[in-house]
Design a protein around this ligand. Structure first.
Ligand code: NAI
Length: 470
């Protein structure tokens, strides 16, 4: 078999792997990236973050054109949906971005192999697929990502009962949709199909939506989404789903079943670590299939590293990218001295999370519940968007900014936002927290008027009860 040598071989071309490959090439390494899919970019680009956001954008425009513009004095008659065109645009967005990653590989001289990559012992990767060969490398980075977690009793049939992959391409709007799981995927895709006309029921095991999100913000999200027509059945454990008499029936432990034309299963994701040849290098995944790593992303096998959804921490694209950069900068530091700048470090406490519903839900740092549980004394500032002049102008007045700061030191410990553009606004909070800001620091920053970001300044002022417009 043909064997090629590289300084670094990355398995997986998702936002963890491809970003790591480019950064390593920038640092002078001879890098190869192996992925079995012809389109680079991983789940995020092909079947995750990007196509959902494209559909969220289009469906929101449809909803607004259908019902949201009259208050602005814009009358539109006869709005109709061209779902095929909407899906085509989504596909074009994906194709453009995946081609962009291929161009970046070319520009940075990252060698790309198309096939399934498996470890064949430390320092050796076997590629099988369109390209079939063996790669020898001093360093191997595993970035295999994750796949939709199965739910016992529910077998996706690739048609009526599907995962997010299918729900991104349904050819018609289902009259009734049952979503299993009120996490990010369930709420985002549930919103898309609701806006396009489906009756949506979200069935959730817990007594709340968005586990892990700040409770106050999640409660407000539920209220606002309910107002948009999403029906929630909380505290309901789904035990099975099947098609009966032309209709999908979702069985629920001790309760009436939920029925619909289609079912979306969105009960989490699990690491794709089962077919990576880990055993050949003596790497043993934990009970959740995650690869154990140290602070520098080193696995139990010398020269083998892992990042992203395959290791601990939130399964988020940007977390994987940050880890990829930090990991290869550390490898580079070990390879040669004289590197400019210090290698990256990932502060896992400061990974922002965003749910792209309307309004968006975003958070960074600790939730109020986490601080209470840890016994950390804190103060809280809240500002409602309805009091922000810019929100009044846009008409999107729902939601709030909440800032949690240490009672004694005033250091910002968590920022949680529900509101229009919350996903953009949270970046200011993440930057401030990365620099160790206090709420006083945030409150003293001059924010442009009129902007939504003023709500952050006002919430920071409210920490010491001196907000101006509250
Ligand atoms: P999730 O873990 O966020 O939510 C799954 C929900 O399903 C939970 O609330 C859980 O209690 C519920 N559930 C589990 N078993 C159940 C049962 N038998 N009956 C009823 N409910 C049940 O998972 P989700 O939404 O599938 O997302 C997967 C991953 O993808 C997450 O880690 C998320 O961070 C990531 N993601 C991120 C996005 C973003 O950043 N905007 C968008 C989409 C996904």
């Amino acid at each position: 078999m043909d064997t090629r040598m590289h300084d670094l071989v990355v398995i997986g071309a998702g936002p963890g792997g491809y970003v790591a490959a480019i950064r390593a090439a920038q640092l002078g390494m001879n890098v190869a990236c192996v992925d079995e899919n012809p389109q680079l970019g991983g789940t995020c680009l092909r079947l995750g973050c990007i196509p959902t956001k494209a559909l969220l954008e289009s469906s929101e425009r449809f909803a607004e054109a259908s019902a949201g513009l009259a208050e602005h004095g814009v009358k539109i008659d006869g709005v109709s949906l061209d779902l095929a065109a909407m899906l085509k645009r989504k596909d074009a967005v994906v194709t453009g971005l995946t081609a962009g990653v291929a161009a970046l590989f070319k520009r940075n001289k990252v060698v790309r192999y198309e096939g399934r990559g498996r470890l064949a012992g430390a320092g050796l990767v076997r590629v099988q697929g369109k390209d079939s060969l063996e790669l020898s490398a001093k360093h191997v980075l595993l970035a295999p990502g994750s796949a939709c977690a199965p739910l016992p009793g529910v077998v996706p049939d690739g048609d009526r009962i599907g995962t997010s992959s299918e729900a991104l391409a349904w050819p018609a709007v289902p009259p009734r949709l049952v979503v299993i799981g009120a996490g990010y995927i369930g709420l985002e895709l549930g919103s898309v199909w609701r806006r396009l006309g489906a009756q949506v029921t979200v069935v959730e095991f817990l007594d709340r939506i968005l586990p892990g999100t700040d409770g106050e913000i999640a409660r407000e999200a539920q209220k606002l989404l309910r107002r948009q027509g999403l029906e929630f059945r909380l505290g309901c454990r789904v035990t099975g789903a099947g098609v009966e008499g032309g209709e999908c029936v979702v069985t629920i432990d001790g309760q009436e079943p939920a029925r619909g034309a289609r079912v979306l299963v969105a009960v989490g994701r699990r690491p794709s670590t089962s077919d990576l040849g880990l055993e050949t290098a003596g790497i043993v995944p934990d009970d959740r299939g995650r690869i154990p790593v140290d602070a520098e992303f080193r696995t139990a096998a010398p020269g083998v590293y892992a990042i992203g959804d395959a290791i601990r921490g939130p399964m988020l694209a940007h977390k994987a990218s940050e880890e990829g950069v930090a990991c290869v900068e550390r490898i580079s530091l070990r390879l040669r001295s004289g590197q400019v700048g210090a290698p990256g470090l990932v502060d896992h406490d400061l990974v922002p999370g965003v749910c792209y519903t309307e309004p968006e839900i975003a958070g960074v740092g600790k939730t109020e519940e986490a601080l209470q549980q840890a016994g950390v004394p804190f103060k809280k500032g809240v500002f409602h968007f309805r009091a922000a002049p810019r929100a009044r102008c846009t008409g999107r007045i729902d939601g709030r900014v909440k800032i949690l700061a240490h009672e004694k030191t005033d250091r910002v410990l968590g920022v949680h936002i529900i509101g229009s553009h919350a996903g953009e606004l949270i970046a200011e909070a993440a930057a401030a927290m990365a620099f160790g800001a206090s709420s006083e620091d945030l409150a003293r920053v001059c924010h442009a008027h009129p902007t939504l970001a003023e709500a952050i300044k006002e919430a920071a002022l409210d920490v010491d009860k001196r907000a101006i417009h509250a």
